[in-house]
Write a protein that binds this ligand. Structure first.
Ligand SMILES: Cc1cc2nc3c(=O)[nH]c(=O)nc-3n(C[C@H](O)[C@H](O)[C@H](O)COP(=O)(O)OP(=O)(O)OC[C@H]3O[C@@H](n4cnc5c(N)ncnc54)[C@H](O)[C@@H]3O)c2cc1C
Length: 422
């Protein structure tokens, strides 16, 4: 793989851009691998990369049933933040944010990470107190967080509905300045290219259809491109996790598959410099402006479980109402596209990176709304778990047993019931 550099850009310009290498190979599946990861989204690709880079395990394949990044990896609203209070998620997402801060350099690929601040509005003194507690905890633990009063907020984000007749009067905001956005498909391509450069085989159009076991051990995987043997197997298939779990003969998981929609408007002149989030009284809305000018936004998950990658109209209305109540200037803006992805909603709103009842099968799932920001740390710790067969202390509670222990990872503990996410 040629490294990208100013010199390379110049030299390829001289040959009309025709001499660039393929960004990653398109190999045929080998008969066997040391590790197979099912799922060519961000988590699968990041895992393969860190297996090779951090642990020297390079005989690795990533199986993707469609095209690389065609799942949630390329469908999300790209928000990256680490504003958690409770220890497990705080440490994990802070580790992820630190990896994000160096990711373009590490991958030698511009993932367009833009630390433009994440601004969470609050609308009541109680919400302000809760935000103060959470953001002060973050600061004490060496992360970053600020509270903006109304005057500061008006200066920084002038176009919000501050009027006396606002449906949700705004009192101020909790802000994480290091948070922001990145270009989602660039992240998938960057991880794929970097993993490929270590010799990882990325197998697109390769669906896992069966898992062959000998007792409590995985021996091989049946795929649409033939049988592949492996010493270790990892699942990183987001909204399809329950299906694969069943294929492996393991019954049911505490995960439901729900759809989440995202929306993008026609391009506008610069309107919003930050990522803005707002949630009050059952409303849930987040918005940022892409580098091309489109307003990128979303709201709640749809109200029923499904594996379809398309959304329903009531949520379109719901999200449009949220947009109008907080940013009325969007009222005449035209919507360009909207789409949906299949979310792996866990019962407590927190993820799994853990071992499973099968001795050489490892699980990465339960990312809910937040798996984009998690992807670097998820790959990092999942690779570590697969390589060393024991969890790093930071992810020790991201296991399936936490429900029987009654352990609460997140302060909200909100599961897949859409009402709980409002
Ligand atoms: C609309 C929307 C907005 C979001 N916004 C944000 C956000 O702003 N910030 C944030 O942090 N998170 C966000 N998320 C969540 C985030 O996108 C996901 O949590 C994350 O992408 C999931 O991990 P992944 O990328 O590995 O999943 P995916 O990209 O879904 O990867 C899983 C892959 O597995 C493949 N697969 C499934 N079954 C098989 C099989 N049998 N064989 C082979 N391959 C298989 C699928 O084709 C898919 O490509 C959002 C999600 C959606 C849908």
């Amino acid at each position: 793989m040629k490294r990208y550099s100013a010199w390379n850009v110049f030299r390829n310009g001289l040959s009309d851009q025709k001499k660039w290498d393929r960004v990653w190979r398109d190999p045929d599946p080998k008969k066997s691998y040391d590790v197979v990861i099912i799922g060519g989204g961000l988590h699968g690709l990041a895992t393969a990369y860190y297996l090779a880079k951090n642990h020297g395990i390079k005989k690795v394949a990533v199986l993707e049933k469609g095209w690389l990044g065609g799942g949630n990896a390329g469908r999300n609203t790209t928000i990256v933040r680490s504003n958690y209070m409770m220890p497990d998620n705080r440490r994990f997402y802070e580790h992820s944010l630190k990896l994000w801060e160096n990711l373009s350099h590490d991958l030698n690929f511009n993932v367009m990470f833009s630390q433009r601040s994440h601004v969470s509005l609050f609308h009541s003194p109680a919400a302000r107190d809760a935000a103060a507690r959470r953001y002060n905890t973050m600061r004490v633990m060496n992360s970053d967080g600020e509270l903006w009063d109304l005057n500061r907020l008006k200066r920084e984000v002038p176009h919000l509905n501050y009027g006396p007749d606002a449906r949700f009067p705004i009192l101020g905001a909790a802000v994480q300045p290091r948070a922001g956005t990145a270009r989602h498909d660039a992240v998938a391509w960057g991880y794929a290219r970097a993993a490929d450069s270590y010799g990882v085989d990325i197998l697109q159009n390769c669906e896992a259809t069966g898992v062959t076991r000998a007792g409590n051990q995985v021996v091989s995987i049946e795929t649409s491109r033939g049988l592949i043997s492996t010493k270790k197997l990892g699942f990183a298939v987001a909204g399809n996790t329950s299906r694969l779990w069943r294929i492996a003969g393991l019954g049911r998981l505490p995960i439901e598959s729900h759809k989440l929609q995202a929306f993008v408007s026609e391009p506008l002149k610069p309107l919003l410099d930050q990522v803005l989030a707002f949630g009050v009284g059952g409303a849930h809305f987040y918005i940022s402006q892409s580098d091309k000018g489109g307003m990128v936004f979303g709201g709640d998950i749809d109200w029923y479980k499904s594996y379809a990658q398309r959304g329903n109209l009531p949520i379109v209305q719901d999200v449009a109402e949220c947009a109008m109540s907080i940013l009325p200037c969007l009222g005449r803006v035209r919507l360009l596209r909207h789409w949906a992805g299949i979310m792996d909603m866990s019962m407590d709103g927190s993820p799994f990176i853990c071992k499973t009842p099968l001795s050489n099968l490892y699980l990465n799932a339960g990312w809910n709304y937040g798996g984009f920001k998690a992807s670097p740390a998820s790959g990092w710790f999942f690779a570590d778990l697969i390589a060393n067969d024991q969890p790093d202390p930071i992810i020790a509670n991201y296991d399936l047993d936490r429900f029987s222990r009654g352990y609460n990872i997140d302060e909200r503990g909100a599961g897949p019931d859409p009402k709980l996410h409002g």
